[in-house]
Design a protein around this ligand. Structure first.
Ligand SMILES: *Cc1c(COP(=O)(O)O)cnc(C)c1O
Length: 423
């Protein structure tokens, strides 16, 4: 008989943990400890040889527990569980999404290297690319969601830096406009500029879609990064990040993490394991709710346009069909009017909360032009379609009738006031 392969959601409660380790406790306890006792000096020596790369691990040898900056059971078990969703060989967990992202750049780029990146990227990533990489002598080239493969290759060639291209970094769908970027296309560009001496890596920030709805490693990416603060944590109560990929690349990430000291603590590891048990039901419900909300908004007279992956057409629809497994739970839409109407609508909501962040159980709404993307220049905002009327909504797990009621009522109040003001 072919052994039955369990789905990740069935394994989230138990994978990688044995109750025997902890007095039969069904749940992995919080290993709130800074250091671990070695059985003997010989064992301590063996653990350090592996940890510091003095010798290769033997076939079945696991890295022993040494010190919680290097490893801790709550992180290791969490990492094993995260691997299941993306079918990754290994995973490294960090204290924030930004620390996972900055560690990718610091480990895999060096002075003189060139980074090709998609626009728009998350504000923190954008700052790191533009302000911090520059200090280390790393040059950058940006591209846009509507650029074709030929356009991007032309930009690289015209820059005269093609031989130094070390990494392609992208975010898809883009925040807040839901523009898709073809991961496979990026991986072909990276291959074109890879040589025997130097592999050009592809890293994808999959926070918007992962780990359920899009699996970049299966479309040619080498690394996938997450803000685990979003869907993975899912309850707006923890900041964390993760990076997944091959054993070889993640081993480099973990070494860098040891020396940066930006690993997550055991409490964060435990919280995220708890979150992962309901990841599938939460994300399924959020996607279902989002489809209903998108349909409602799309039919509303006071909404001009809804940016939702389920509504893509043409070439972008083909990219969606190829690389996404669901339309997700992030929407943005343009309300009739401008900033004034957008603010009025947001302020009138009762159930949906006004806050940045996304992917949580509660629905969150915000105004990109003045909030998450306030730092983007006016010219760039226009280019990216971040207008004063654009509103971003992360759909939660609330009752769908309640959500639609809240949105409908607020839209009504917004327009009624407008009409009076116009008279
Ligand atoms: C939130 C976010 C980040 C940063 O993650 P933190 O956990 O806040 O450090 C990076 N990328 C995307 C797409 C995000 O939404």
């Amino acid at each position: 008989m072919i052994p039955h392969k369990y789905s990740p959601e069935s394994l989230m409660m138990s994978h990688g943990y044995s109750p025997e380790w902890s007095e039969g406790a069904i749940k992995c306890p919080i290993f709130q400890t800074s250091t671990f006792v070695f059985k003997s000096a010989e064992e301590g020596k063996a653990f350090f040889e592996v940890a510091y790369g003095i010798r290769e691990k033997e076939e079945k040898e696991e890295l022993g527990l040494i010190y919680s900056r290097i490893n801790n059971p709550d992180l290791e078990i969490l990492e094993n569980r995260l691997c299941l969703w993306d079918e990754a060989e290994d995973c490294a967990v960090f204290e924030s999404g930004m620390s996972a992202i900055s560690t990718v750049f610091l480990e895999f780029l060096k002075p003189g290297d060139v980074l090709l990146y998609s626009n728009p990227v998350y504000g923190g990533t954008d700052h790191f690319i533009k302000e911090i990489l520059d200090k280390f002598g790393i040059e950058t080239i940006g591209f846009y969601p509507n650029d074709s493969k030929e356009d991007i290759i032309n930009t690289i060639e015209e820059s005269g830096k093609a031989d130094r291209l070390a990494m392609v970094y992208l975010e898809s769908p883009a925040n807040p406009t839901n523009d898709l970027i073809d991961i496979k296309m990026c991986s072909e560009i990276a291959q074109k500029y890879s040589t025997n001496e130097k592999q050009t890596l592809v890293a994808v920030d999959n926070t918007y879609m992962g780990p359920l709805w899009q699996h970049p490693l299966q479309h040619g990416a080498d690394l996938v990064v997450y803000s685990a603060t979003k869907y993975i944590g899912g309850h707006s109560d923890v900041i964390a990040g993760a990076c997944l990929g091959s054993k070889e690349l993640i081993s480099r990430m973990k070494t860098m993490r040891t020396f940066m000291g930006n690993m997550a603590g055991p409490w964060t590891g435990w919280l995220l394991m708890r979150s992962l048990e309901t990841l599938k039901v939460r994300m399924d419900k959020q996607a279902q709710n989002a489809a209903e909300v998108a349909r409602f908004l799309n039919n509303h007279v006071n909404i001009n346009k809804v940016h939702y992956l389920g509504f893509l057409e043409g070439e972008k629809r083909a990219v969606f069909a190829k690389q996404c497994e669901a339309a997700g739970a992030m929407l943005s839409f343009e309300i009739k009017g401008g900033e004034k109407e957008a603010f009025k609508f947001i302020n009138n909501l009762k159930l949906v909360k006004l806050a940045v962040s996304l992917g949580s159980t509660e629905s969150l709404i915000q105004h990109p032009a003045t909030m998450t993307h306030a730092g983007v220049s006016a010219e760039e905002k226009e280019k990216l379609g971040i207008s004063p009327s654009l509103i971003r909504l992360s759909v939660g797990v609330e009752n769908i009738q309640d959500l639609i009621h809240d949105i409908e009522r607020s839209l009504k109040e917004t327009t009624i006031e407008e009409k009076i003001a116009n008279y």
